[in-house]
Design a protein around this ligand. Structure first.
Ligand code: ADP
Ligand code: MG
Length: 265
């Protein structure tokens, strides 16, 4: 894809103003705890050799000088095709933390067709990011657009309370990475316009909030995952679960549920 100066200004202008005010060096002092077997070592810098030329160019346009702690660890872990559950404070760059390794892997492996071929008017995204609210979904989409600039990877956001026809038109134009709220996602799958068969990466952002937003159990995190798993192919799917409050979950009785979810994936 060719660079487009006007779009570049639209995407990145705000970013330059924003990041200059924040002292990301402070984050370096925050200790990081990891668990699991053979955790890959963290990266220390954003370099083209490590994150790839396309993403490196966009990282520079964003004005990011170095990875935040959660990104240092998430990039090598998730690009090694490992599942990951991460917990880091608000504002610590978790969105890039999950999007970067996914984008790197998508660029490295190239696009794939669903194994069973394309059926009907369905679109088959490779990455699904589930967000509990439309506001969060739109924020993730805005970040994704910057990181995907000139990569040829298309991101689309869908959420309830907005015209589904517009969203369907965008999906039809191409949708490799889908950011969705659960209700609208299920709706579009049921209409036969979206399929999860080719999903290789799944992210649950702010995982705890799914259960909080749907306290009556209309759609709990486990329901979402259960329906997602039964709709998707039996192939193994990389799962990234993100939250700023997982400590709370881990110390409550939901721990069993989260562990089971990850175990099943
Ligand atoms: P979180 O999801 O952890 O609350 P966000 O992903 O929303 O945090 O990131 C907060 C802000 O930090 C955003 O404006 C984002 O563009 C910016 N940011 C992310 N990574 C970096 C980085 N490595 N360097 C500078 N700014 C960053
Ligand atoms: Mg976030």
């Amino acid at each position: 894809m060719r660079p487009d100066k006007r779009r570049e200004r639209q995407l990145f202008q705000q970013e330059i103003q924003q990041t200059t005010g924040i002292n990301f060096d402070e984050y370096d002092k925050i200790p990081v705890e990891t668990s699991g077997n053979d955790v890959p070592p963290p990266i220390e810098t954003f370099e083209a050799e490590v994150i790839g030329d396309d993403l490196y160019r966009n990282v520079q346009l964003c004005g990011y000088s170095k990875p935040t702690p959660v990104q240092k660890w998430s990039i090598p872990i998730a690009t090694a095709d490992r599942d990951l559950m991460a917990c880091a404070q608000t504002g610590s760059g978790k969105t890039a933390g999950f999007l970067f390794p996914i984008i790197m892997t998508m660029l490295r492996k190239g696009g794939t067709e669903p194994e069973g071929g394309i059926r009907g008017r369905r679109t088959y995204p490779e990455c699904l990011v589930l967000a509990p609210t439309r506001e969060l979904a739109s924020q993730i989409q805005d970040e994704a657009q910057k990181f995907l600039y000139c990569t040829g990877i298309a991101a689309v956001v869908v959420y309830g309370g907005a015209d589904a026809r517009d969203q369907l038109r965008q999906i039809e134009r191409g949708c490799d990475l889908l950011v969705a709220t659960p209700g609208r996602l299920v709706d579009l799958i049921e209409r036969g316009r979206l399929s999860m068969e080719n999903v290789k990466f799944m992210v649950l952002d702010e995982a705890v909030r799914f259960a909080i937003i749907y306290p009556s159990g209309r759609l709990s995190t486990t329901d979402i995952l259960t329906s997602f798993l039964s709709l998707s192919s039996p192939l193994r799917i990389g799962c990234l679960i993100w939250d700023s409050n997982l400590r709370f979950v881990v110390s409550s009785n939901r721990r069993a549920c989260l562990t089971r979810m990850i175990g099943r994936l």
